[in-house]
Design a protein around this ligand. Structure first.
Ligand SMILES: CSC[C@H]1O[C@H](OP(=O)(O)O)[C@H](O)[C@@H]1O
Length: 395
């Protein structure tokens, strides 16, 4: 697992790497309440579907551990936990991991057996059950990512339509799906790490991923940090890359993450993903979605049912970064915010788009790779574990 950690946790203490300052500055925010977690998620100081769910779950575990619950009965303790989770659910709507984690945590505390215990002991048992379940979500995520990496790397090599003489492949990824979006290793970037570790990767291309620049600020940083041969392109260069360099560079696959994969396989992911899927189809390049089962939403039938978050106009009309000195050095002590558009212009800023299942060749989960069947449809029932049985109305 990479040395980059978006989340640092010990019981009673949660620190979150402020990703708005990356790659120039490494600063961890101390998170002690659900309000602080909500703001951290909403402002995208932490982002990435799995990381959002983990931070929300652990933030409430920290406030519970530190005595925030003043309820006088077990039922009121459960009601308090549920109210805090409902509050955190509102922080970002598109990624389903948060809703799935909240459903799981609510089910967990509701199932605690307190018969025969006096009031305080019963309340303590409920709180302990919540904290352990939240910690398990964090712990299991890395294991999940390593499994996705293994399944995904194997599938990409076996299904590549172009390879180097040494049998290596190049891939393109979009946004950031690495250690900065998860507990470690990553999902799509986890597959890239696994391809690299297996000696099967010749090159990783990454898009800058406007407007938040998860690619240029975060993914490029992770790739360089891991000494993975990599090239940054703008989002608009992908078509030219495929048209002029697919054969020369053996570009075999586009590998992306997911915020929400719905029952028919339609997938919400960072805006720009849909365009990459169309280009990949046109150029005969495999299109692979890396999605832990916590990102799969069987309660929503098609992509039309996914709520797409729209974000503030300043993400397009302004940029921020460190000041580059005369000699080309980057002075992180002097960050600047620069207006790059007339501030009166109208802005449309959807954070995600939906890629239809017909453009997706494979969805890689920790429990195996799902491809469309003879009927041309995805069927995820074989990979959905019981513990993520979704409670209606929450996820
Ligand atoms: C494994 S992260 C999944 C997903 O989340 C990212 O969105 P954001 O950076 O806005 O949280 C991106 O869509 C990734 O593919």
């Amino acid at each position: 697992m990479s040395g980059l950690q978006a989340i640092r946790y010990t019981r009673g203490s949660l620190e979150v790497l402020d990703q708005l300052r990356l790659p120039h500055e490494h600063h961890y925010d101390n998170i002690t309440t659900s309000e602080e977690a909500f703001d951290c998620i909403k402002s995208m100081r932490v982002r990435g579907a799995p990381a959002i769910a983990i931070v929300a779950a652990l933030a409430h575990a920290v406030e519970l551990h530190n005595g925030a619950c003043k309820a006088s009965t077990t039922e009121k303790t459960i009601a308090y936990i549920e109210s805090r989770l409902d509050y955190l659910f509102e922080s970002r709507p598109t990624a389903v991991d948060l809703g799935n984690a909240i459903s799981h945590l609510k089910t967990t505390v509701r199932r605690v057996v307190v018969s025969g215990l006096d009031g305080q002991a019963a309340q303590e048992k409920v709180i302990e059950a919540y904290i352990e379940a939240a910690e398990e979500i964090f712990r299991k995520d890395t294991e999940t990512n390593l499994s996705i990496g293994e399944h995904g790397a194997k599938w990409v090599v076996e299904n590549a339509t172009v390879q180097s003489a040494e049998g290596k492949v190049a891939v393109l990824t979009h946004c950031n799906t690495g250690s900065l979006a998860t507990s470690g290793h990553g999902t799509a970037l986890g597959i890239i790490r696994s391809l690299h570790s297996a000696g099967s990767l010749s090159h990783a291309f990454c898009t800058e991923t406007r407007p938040y620049n998860q690619g240029s600020r975060l993914t490029a940083f992770e790739l360089v940090y891991e000494n993975i041969p990599s090239t940054l392109i703008t989002d608009s260069m992908a078509g030219a890359l495929f048209a002029t360099r697919k054969q020369k560079d053996h570009i075999a696959a586009v590998i992306v993450g997911a915020d929400r994969v719905v029952r028919n396989g339609d997938t919400a992911n960072k805006v720009g993903t849909y365009a990459l899927a169309v280009l990949a189809k046109y150029h005969g390049i495999k299109f692979v979605v890396a999605a832990p089962t916590t990102s799969i939403d069987l309660k929503t039938e098609t992509g039309f049912g996914i709520k797409i978050e729209e974000r503030k106009r300043e993400e397009l009309t302004q940029i921020s970064g460190a000041v580059v000195g005369a000699n080309g050095s980057v002075d992180v002590s002097k960050t600047a915010r620069v207006a790059i558009a007339d501030q009166r212009v109208g802005v449309w800023n959807p954070a995600f788009d939906v890629t239809p299942a017909e453009l997706i060749d494979a969805v890689v989960t920790e429990r195996g790779v799902v491809e469309k069947g003879p009927d041309g449809r995805f069927d995820f029932s074989g990979v959905m574990p019981e513990r993520w049985a979704q409670v209606a109305g929450t996820a």
